[in-house]
Design a protein around this ligand. Structure first.
Ligand code: PHE
Length: 383
């Protein structure tokens, strides 16, 4: 731009131009310069610089022509300079605007390219959690019982002593209450009855019978509480599934058959079951169910030849308590609600499965505390 800058800085006479014919070459040269400059403006900032160089009010080329060529021109030249300048101005203005549009649309295109969402990039992976092992075992056991006609119900974790004890044939001062020491809630003096955290899911036997007439086939999964000191096999909170079946013709055979079916579904078809006499105030007879040790195949000897660490050589593992519903229990079912629980007409069985214990057995876990610590290194092992 230097050459024509210089030229436009000087009056025409200094350039030796005195006749109108000599103007056309001069303007053609300027126009050529302009077109070359124009092609160099590729982005917004170089375009602005270019525009100011040509159209700038103070010292743009066109202003210089006006000031240095037109104004001092002789009368003879003035008209021709004016005409040529107008022509050049029209060209310059049109081209500069055209260039602006080209740059703008180019910028849009490159912005589009820059901001395009690349669908082939991997997304942000969020870790997906899984069900807690206890929840998984609940689900597994529920599925087995639901498949043979039981339905699932849930009950309150805060109970009255009546449902937790008395209605289950456990009067005040009965010695089994010692094993079921629990947490009592602090209540206002005006409270009608004490409240406690249930020590087992058995209160739901009564609550269920009060709600519906026989036949009853329910299982009750849930949390239970006892004032046990925490160690590898005890926790102040743990999980049970209660089972209750009551009908007009339920026998001890139905009872053992149902339990055996469940145990084989849960541990595999090769295990054997057995029961031993036991005692619960709300079942008569009461039993303790054992399963032949699924880890040593019921031999008591590990594959290595040593004593099986799971059953400690006993070949059997104690599973859970159960029994035929004690006829006395039907007497506690409030006839105003339930009705139809005449001990002479109905019979049934009940069981209470400790979920934590079963999960520990099945998955080889040796400390109940890991269920409550929620260490992800443990949880992740059971996706
Ligand atoms: N509720 C008993 C317990 O927690 C278990 C049980 C339930 C026993 C039902 C017999 C029948 O120890």
């Amino acid at each position: 731009m230097t050459e024509h800058e210089n030229k436009t800085a000087k009056p025409l006479v200094h350039l030796g131009i005195t006749r109108p014919e000599e103007l056309s070459a001069l303007f053609a040269d300027l126009r050529g310069r302009f077109d070359a400059d124009c092609a160099c403006a590729h982005d917004e900032s170089s375009w602005k610089q270019f525009r100011d160089a040509w159209l700038g009010r103070k010292s743009g080329v066109l202003t210089q022509i006006t000031d240095n060529w037109l104004k001092p021109a002789t009368l003879e030249l003035k008209r021709a300079v004016g005409a040529a300048l107008n022509e050049l101005r029209a060209h310059v203005e049109a081209k500069i605007e055209e260039r602006r549009l080209t740059i703008e649309s180019g910028a849009e295109e490159s912005a589009l390219a820059r901001e395009r969402v690349d669908l082939s990039l991997p997304g942000v992976m969020r870790p997906v959690g899984s069900h807690h092992l206890i929840r998984q075992v609940f689900q597994e056991i529920e599925d087995i019982f639901v498949s043979i006609g039981f339905s699932v119900v849930e009950g309150p974790e805060i109970e009255t002593p009546y449902y937790n004890f008395e209605a289950l044939n456990i009067p005040e001062f009965h010695p089994v209450r010692d094993d079921m020491d629990t947490f009592y809630l602090e209540l206002p003096k005006s409270a009608k009855t004490p409240l406690l955290l249930r020590t087992h899911t058995s209160p739901m036997q009564i609550r269920t019978m009060e709600k519906q007439k026989p036949p009853v086939r329910v299982i009750v999964p849930g949390k239970v509480y006892r004032r046990d000191n925490p160690d590898a096999t005890h926790s102040f909170a743990f999980h049970q599934i209660e089972g209750l079946a009551v009908d007009t013709d339920i026998t001890f055979c139905d009872f053992t058959g149902t339990i055996e079916y469940f145990v084989k579904q849960f541990f595999g078809p090769s295990v054997k079951t057995r029961f031993r006499p036991s005692y619960f105030p709300f079942t008569e007879p009461s039993v303790e169910f054992d399963v032949s040790c699924p880890f040593c195949g019921g031999t008591g000897t590990a594959a290595s030849g040593g004593t099986c660490s799971k059953c400690k050589g006993a070949a059997w593992i104690e599973l859970f308590g159960a029994g035929m519903v004690d006829p006395a229990v039907y007497g506690f079912v409030n006839p105003a609600h339930g009705g139809g629980y005449d001990p002479k007409k109905v019979s049934g069985f009940a069981f209470g499965i400790g979920i934590d214990r079963l999960a520990m057995l099945k998955y080889g876990i040796d400390d109940i505390q890991v269920f409550f610590q929620n260490d992800v290194r443990f949880l992740r092992q059971f996706p």
